[in-house]
Design a protein around this ligand. Structure first.
Ligand code: ATP
Ligand code: ATP
Ligand code: MG
Ligand code: MG
Length: 294
């Protein structure tokens, strides 16, 4: 049984330990042998696990629900909301970084959730995220009910990083991707929505342009200073579980019932999550909030 389950402090979280006597209750039959065909792939020990979920077919999905272009604030808020819910439910996640229709969840190096079985981990992240995204949809899109013919779903993959260097480079890579895409999309949609170009003409216009050209185009033609665009659009969203707020139950008053304790834990787990839209490539982040990730 896992540490957290023994402590009984994460009873509303995902720990999923089997009862010790589960084996005894399992019906044995002559069919039982097929179980030996199941192949578990355990992720290497002592490495950072990153699980990245990504919306399936969100290009079409965002068109169907008429997302604002290039950035729909409601959709990003919903992604962030679902990611926080996943972090509340899975205590081994130390941080999450999101942009567009994707979120990367960072797990502790010594994470032993599901004995690090890859299939269990990625399917749990994908389904937990999807469940929260769907459940919270109406809060963020109150006037647009979900259409059963166009439901949001997410896939997931797990990647291992041996040291903090690669983990930082991974997160930098996702944030650089956010920047490149957002600068392109902001330019592209400005040419269409504020200019008079068609999608094809806008694409033509931007072909071969560098970052500086796009900044210049935005400023000279539309008076847009790209650096003043919303930080959530430019930087994406980083959620960190602050270490200082770690779940020290020994500090709780002894007369608390288990139920009260659970509620208190849930509250603290929520309070420990800090959400920002900042640069995560430079040192500043890693010598402050980023310290809690490693
Ligand atoms: P894990 O996360 O490892 O899958 P689990 O608790 O989901 O753990 P399973 O082996 O998947 O364990 O077993 C599912 C359990 O859910 C069953 O043992 C049973 O107690 C309960 N269950 C599932 N479906 C029903 C149902 N239709 N009616 C009553 N109980 C059910
Ligand atoms: P796949 O299933 O392969 O991931 P996809 O259509 O989801 O295909 P992505 O590369 O993941 O392709 O791109 C996601 C697309 O979703 C973006 O290109 C953009 O069009 C749209 N999108 C996602 N989030 C937003 C948002 N907040 N505002 C506007 N559009 C968005
Ligand atoms: Mg996608
Ligand atoms: Mg994507």
């Amino acid at each position: 049984m896992r540490r957290a389950a023994q402590d009984g402090i994460f009873s509303e979280s995902i720990v999923f330990a089997r009862p010790a006597n589960a084996q005894q209750h399992m019906a044995k039959s002559r069919f039982e042998y097929v179980r030996t065909y199941e192949q578990d792939h355990a992720l290497l020990p002592n490495t950072y696990i990153v699980v990245r979920i990504d919306g399936r077919g969100f290009h079409r999905f965002s068109a169907h629900y008429k997302f604002a272009k290039p950035n729909d604030r409601r959709a990003l808020n919903l992604m962030n909301h679902a990611a926080r819910a996943v972090m509340e439910q899975i205590p081994d996640t130390t941080a999450a970084y999101g942009q567009s229709d994707e979120y990367s969840f960072v797990l502790r190096r010594d994470c032993s959730l599901f004995d690090r079985r890859e299939a269990k981990l990625i399917s749990t992240f994908a389904s937990t995220f999807t469940a929260h995204y769907q459940f919270q949809w109406k809060e963020h899109f109150p006037d647009t009910p979900l259409d059963p013919a166009m439901l949001p779903t997410f896939d997931a993959r797990a990647v291992l990083y041996p040291s903090i260097t690669e983990l930082r480079d991974y997160l930098s890579w996702r944030q650089a991707d956010c920047h490149i895409n957002n600068l392109y999309n902001t330019s592209f949609w400005s040419l269409i929505l504020l200019g008079t170009l068609s999608e094809q003409q806008a694409e033509q216009e931007l072909m071969g342009t560098l970052s500086a050209d796009k900044n210049e185009l935005l400023f000279s033609r539309f008076g847009i200073n790209y650096n003043n665009e919303d930080a959530m659009y430019r930087k994406g969203t980083i959620i960190v579980r602050k270490a200082e707020e770690s779940l020290d139950v020994s500090a709780a008053p002894t007369e608390m019932s288990k139920r009260q304790l659970d509620r208190e834990q849930k509250k603290r787990r929520k309070a420990a999550l800090v959400e920002e839209h900042v640069d995560i490539i430079g040192e500043v982040f890693w010598s402050s909030l980023g310290k809690s990730i490693v």
